[in-house]
Design a protein around this ligand. Structure first.
Ligand SMILES: Cc1cc2nc3c(=O)[nH]c(=O)nc-3n(C[C@H](O)[C@H](O)[C@H](O)COP(=O)(O)OP(=O)(O)OC[C@H]3O[C@@H](n4cnc5c(N)ncnc54)[C@H](O)[C@@H]3O)c2cc1C
Length: 314
């Protein structure tokens, strides 16, 4: 392990982590980002129209412009998966605080404070055929796989804005797009709902659930819970995400009932020196701008914490 001690180590380089890194460098914090996949979740969407100052931009362009902004201010970016975060000192003297050691499979980093901005992973439907036909017609990303479905019949599964946006993108390729909604309502952003309703290729099917995805080499049809069969070439699942909060849980950071990291208005967690931001937190409104704001807030209060505390490593 190198002897270098960072002021702030950010786990994750999605919109949240990268925004926090950019601000931290402006606050003169010696900062590093460690991320498995720079850019994060928003790189899977084709159109972002609610980032202030930019009327329309693709998800990948937005995310990578924020990552570039941070790295151009001198924040190093390490493409590594963090396995564990531990306290450097178990029992610190009164009035002092322990720093942290962040472990990846190839390195260990010391940091006075850590911002966990690890986001989420997509949920599975957990129906027969989903796992077996993954990448053979079952997908979780229309931007990544939509182009394979030119003139085909596809569906999105889900009742939120993601299912609506994924369906809209799929209409650029497929000849017919169903949105299968379990409940009685599609809870999409009004502008997206309006686009869906006006798009002749899209048909919303309410109170519809998949029982099984069928096909030999690739998806061929769906068996619905009401017993009906539906011919289908592609299934795009957009039913939400689970917080990637294991690193925090192992550190005894407080989580809510959905395993999301609890933060306060300073983006502090229950453990001193550990901050969190973005989709992994208990903020109900999970958007690029809200996660970025939480990360920026974390950078500010991490700077304050470093100024006010003696942080030790042995
Ligand atoms: C289809 C779709 C459309 C959307 N459209 C919009 C939109 O139009 N506008 C909008 O504002 N929001 C939109 N969102 C939501 C937006 O994508 C998220 O709110 C935002 O991307 C969350 O950013 P984040 O940085 O918190 O997490 P993420 O983007 O998920 O980033 C997490 C980062 O942590 C890294 N990571 C995770 N675990 C580890 C580990 N152990 N070690 C190292 N690195 C790790 C990941 O590799 C990644 O870099 C959309 C979401 C979806 C699914």
């Amino acid at each position: 392990m190198s002897d270098k001690i960072y002021d702030l180590l950010i786990v994750g380089a999605g919109c949240s982590g990268a925004s926090g890194a950019m601000y931290a460098s402006r606050l003169n914090l010696d900062t590093i980002m460690v991320a498995e996949l720079p850019g994060g979740l928003i790189t899977t969407t084709h159109l972002v129209e609610n980032w202030p100052g930019i009327k329309s931009i693709s998800g990948p362009d937005l995310a990578m412009s924020i990552v570039d902004h941070a790295t151009s201010f001198g924040v190093p970016m390490k493409n590594e998966k963090v396995k564990e975060i531990v306290k450097a000192v178990d029992n610190v003297e009164d009035g002092k605080k322990s720093g942290y050691v962040v472990k990846t499979s190839s390195s260990e980093y010391k940091a006075k404070t850590v911002l966990i901005a690890t986001g989420t992973e997509h949920k599975h439907l957990n129906v027969p055929g989903e796992k077996e036909l993954a990448n053979k017609g079952v997908s979780y990303c229309a931007l990544c796989d939509g182009a394979f479905y030119k003139d085909k019949v596809v569906c999105t599964v889900g009742g939120g804005d993601s299912a609506a946006k994924e369906a809209l993108l799929l209409t650029e390729y497929a000849k017919k797009v169903f949105i299968l909604v379990r409940g009685k309502k599609l809870k999409a952003e009004p502008v997206n709902l309006d686009r869906v309703e006006k798009n002749e290729k899209i048909e919303i099917m309410y109170e519809t659930e998949i029982a099984e995805i069928l096909g030999d080499e690739k998806v061929e049809k769906l068996k619905l819970k009401n017993g009906d069969d539906m011919e289908m070439d592609g299934v795009f699942i957009a039913i939400g995400h689970n917080a990637l909060s294991k690193l925090a849980k192992d550190l005894q950071v407080g989580l809510n009932q959905w395993n999301e990291i609890k933060i306060n208005r300073r983006s502090e967690t229950s453990v001193p020196g550990i901050y969190s931001a973005g989709d992994v937190t208990d903020n109900e409104f999970k958007q690029a701008i809200t996660g970025s704001a939480e990360a920026v807030t974390a950078a500010y209060f991490a700077s304050d914490y470093i100024a006010k505390n003696e942080i030790v490593f042995n």
